[in-house]
Design a protein around this ligand. Sequence first.
Ligand SMILES: Cc1cc2nc3c(=O)[nH]c(=O)nc-3n(C[C@H](O)[C@H](O)[C@H](O)COP(=O)(O)OP(=O)(O)OC[C@H]3O[C@@H](n4cnc5c(N)ncnc54)[C@H](O)[C@@H]3O)c2cc1C
Length: 398
Amino acid sequence: MVDDRSGTPSLDDDSALDAFREEVRRWLECTLPSVWGALTPPVRPSEAVDMAMRRRFDRALHAAGWGALSWPTAYGGRAAPIEWELVLAEEAALAGAPERFNRVGLGIVAPALIQYGSEAQKQRYLGPLLAAEEVWCQGFSEPDAGSDLAGLSTRAELVDGRWRITGQKVWTTLSAVADFCFLLARTGEAGSGHRGITAFIVPMRQDGVVVRPIRQINDSTEFSEVFLDAAETAPEPVIGTVGGGWRLAMSVLGYERSTNLLGRQVRLALAIRALRHAVSTYRDSVPEPLLDDLVDVWIRSEALGRAVREHLAEIGRGQAPGIGDNATKVYWSETYQAVGDLALQVRGLLPDPAHGLLDDEPDWYDFYLGSRASSIYAGTDQIQRTIIAERGLGLPRR
Ligand SMILES: Cc1cc2nc3c(=O)[nH]c(=O)nc-3n(C[C@H](O)[C@H](O)[C@H](O)COP(=O)(O)OP(=O)(O)OC[C@H]3O[C@@H](n4cnc5c(N)ncnc54)[C@H](O)[C@@H]3O)c2cc1C
């Protein structure tokens, strides 16, 4: 059976998953050359070219009706089981497709709007987000409020019936290219902690918002500082309720930790495969302990794959993210960093890393640096461990 909108096999038919995989493979084969443009992997693109590729890929997926397979149909999804998302993520990673461009919008903003937004907000924002016509960033962290998010001090004030925002955000991914920010601000008294926080929609292209990019060690300027000076908010700017921002933020961060791991886990497994290939080819150059380490990260990656699939299946059945997702996030970042460490050690031992089989390698330096950030974003590993200790194991609070 074929759905006439996009050529996707019918979701009612369980055996359709294999057919869908085939369909995705064929589609990727036809589509990716136009996504890559003049630049075919493994050549590393500049940041601007990389963003353009990612945006083209988001748009192509949307045009195919595959932009958000598991979302409700009313908002552009297919209400498909999570296994379908998994097939798409696996095949896309295997084919060398870029990662999603509007990932903050897809991973955090959309779940917040679908769960807490008004119908008018859903109708206004979800379509352009899915089509990558409007890009979103997430303004939670501040210079003095990262892990301690409840201490944030950016203020929202009602001026002539409209909310205006003043303060500073930092590490705001994609803010230099974003159209909207999903922003937490204080609407309660100073010192009101998590009870006085509200989630707002703030247009980024206005005089009250200044974005100052932060250049990182890998030359990327993907995140920035954001300064807000009586910044205007969108019409109907509050997501959820005034004062209800904390609950909303905690819930969507749970989704970020779980759903984002889908593609990341697949890409990690592919990196291990590339590493295994290099080690097998240059077997005599690599000492025994590093082979043990390779086996170790492979075992971790397999276990991680199973955990991610299990948690996503639970979310697909309507269960909210829980302690298992905090644990999986820690396990993923530790595994990612172990692969990054191993990759640099192996690379340094190989006779001529610039030639032969290693032309197909990921950029290991970039991979290594990316791995270091994984234990910080979406909540640091230390904070995840505290949550697991207190809420998962019931240990006494420190
Ligand atoms: C690549 C990347 C992208 C990001 N993108 C965004 C984004 O788009 N939007 C956004 O809002 N933020 C973003 N962030 C910010 C991220 O959420 C914060 O960096 C993170 O929450 C930690 O906050 P912090 O940097 O202020 O560190 P801090 O909270 O100051 O922590 C510093 C260290 O102290 C430890 N620590 C702090 N408190 C405790 C405690 N109670 N117990 C034990 N240890 C503790 C931490 O684990 C950490 O090791 C991004 C970060 C990275 C690395």
